[in-house]
Ligand binder design. Structure first.
Ligand code: GLU
Length: 474
């Protein structure tokens, strides 16, 4: 494939967390750039001085880094490019396409209320357009909105959208503090950065007509627009806190793998046949805007969890062992008296457990008893398995384990067979109390694997401890 001239950007305003919607916009831009071998630019739109924060900038970097969404140019900060916006505004002033407006905020508000009372659209009445004096008071710079009855936005996802140009007014491009407004800075930057495709959330659709008139006034070719549909919750309302976590980093803290989250958000609004699981390379190979739908994507936390489970199951155990460390609780009493050559190492334990864990947190909870001699028993295990009735069975296992010379699968199978015959129980019935005694949980990998991982000494110690606890229960 040849290197294309396509240039796209992710242009977040740093006013909060990087949320799922923002991450998806970043991902779509990234995938589009990688697919077409174009250029992906990161631009931080921090001209809203009241709402932009350093923490939010950091949150954007952290989120993108965690998701491995990397960019080719930038980060550019709009707050460091004020000179360019001012120069462009000066050019528009000189060409008679913009003017200084000295109307005070109070006057504007008064006139706005009057217009509303008369049932007119509350737009600026253009009174400073023809003004020639300079009262010396603070001013804003307004764009002289051209008389275009209809503005057509030709969108790669939504097709042609028609806007009534008469509804636009002479909007502010530079505020009285010298800072550009959002619509102005976006267009100046998109021109300067030679953006060919503007891929962003469709909450920006209403800004696009304004931006198009400005591109025209500046004599710049229009980029292609692609407005991606919003993400909604199952109740069809725009995704918000009440649908669960919306910040990307909250998913890291809940034990999601970034690959799973990337896979999931890629599918929010985009599809490729009925495939659900995509490697990063497949996403790059298959992604294009023609497969992005125009109806809102529905966020489904269960599906994300399912996908995460698939990724955990298929991840190399060595790698998962590294990642799960972040989630492991402090260990009270580590299993360190087992001779090092038989001590279960983390990747081996993870290998046994990963197909049963949907998140790294669940994985950490499941393997905790393997690292900690003083693990606690779940209430369910205590009431259902560590009962007085089960003591004879546990005792029978204990006696045989203490007297077996070998600790391997055949010898364990033999013990289970004998015990099963004696108690007239099936393997699954035998295994439950023992599993509870050994791991504190009612789900675990195969019981032989658990016994072999723990080794005979630790298994015996645990059964004794469980018998004591069961004996103490009323
Ligand atoms: N800064 C805008 C935002 O965070 C996006 C601007 C754009 O993509 O044109 O919503």
């Amino acid at each position: 494939m040849t290197v294309s001239d396509f240039r796209v950007r992710f242009a977040p305003s740093p006013t909060g967390h990087l949320h799922l919607g923002g991450a998806r916009t970043a991902l779509f831009n990234f995938l589009f750039a990688r697919h077409h071998k174009g250029t992906f630019i990161l631009r931080i739109e921090d001209t809203d001085r009241e709402r932009s924060t350093q923490d939010s900038i950091q949150a954007i970097f952290d989120g993108l880094e965690w998701l491995s969404i990397d960019w080719d140019e930038g980060p550019f900060f709009q707050s460091k490019r004020l000179g360019m916006y001012q120069n462009t505004a000066d050019r528009l002033l000189a060409e008679g396409k913009a003017y200084r407006c000295f109307c005070s905020p109070e006057d504007l508000e008064l006139r706005r209320q009057e217009a509303v009372a008369k049932g007119q659209p509350p737009k600026y009445d253009g009174r400073c357009r023809t003004r020639t004096d300079n009262p010396g008071s603070p001013f804003v710079i307004r764009f002289k909105n051209p008389d275009t009855p209809e503005i057509v936005v030709s969108d790669l996802i939504r097709g042609n959208m028609r806007f009534n140009g008469n509804l636009l007014d002479d909007w502010v491009i530079i505020r009285s503090d010298g800072f550009p407004t959002y619509n102005f800075a976006v267009v100046v930057d998109d021109i300067d950065m030679k953006i060919t495709h503007v891929i962003r959330g469709d909450d920006h659709i209403n800004n696009t007509p304004r931006q198009i008139t400005l591109f025209d006034a500046l004599g710049a070719p229009l980029p292609r627009f692609a407005h991606i549909p919003m993400i909604h919750g199952a109740d069809r309302a725009k995704l918000s806190k009440r649908h669960g976590a919306t910040s990307v980093m909250a998913y890291r803290d809940m034990g999601y793998l970034p690959e799973a989250l990337v896979n999931y958000i890629a599918r929010l609004g985009w599809s490729h046949k009925d495939q659900e699981i995509f490697s990063r390379q497949e996403l790059i190979d298959y992604f294009d805007l023609d497969k992005v739908g125009s109806s809102p994507a529905i966020f489904n936390p269960e599906k994300l969890l399912w996908l995460n489970a698939q990724y955990i199951r298929n991840a190399p155990s060595q790698d998962l062992a590294e990642r799960v460390k972040f989630f492991l609780k402090p260990v009270n009493n580590p299993i360190d008296y087992i001779p090092p050559d038989t001590r279960p190492d983390l990747p081996r334990i993870v290998e046994e457990w990963k197909s049963r864990s949907r998140t790294l947190l669940e994985l950490a909870d499941a393997i905790h008893p393997f690292l900690d001699q003083e693990f606690t028993f779940s209430p369910e295990v205590l009431s259902k398995q560590l009962t007085q009735d089960n003591i004879p069975l546990l005792q029978a296992f204990l006696d045989q384990f203490e007297h077996t010379a070998e600790w391997n699968k055949p010898s364990l199978e033999h013990i289970f067979h004998q015990t099963g015959t004696r108690f007239e129980l099936k393997l699954s019935q035998l295994a439950q109390p023992l599993r509870a005694a050994l791991t504190g949980q009612h789900i675990s990998p195969g019981i032989y694997d658990v016994l072999l991982l723990l080794g005979s000494r630790e298994s015996i110690r645990r059964i004794k401890r469980a018998i004591l606890i069961a004996g103490g229960q009323t």
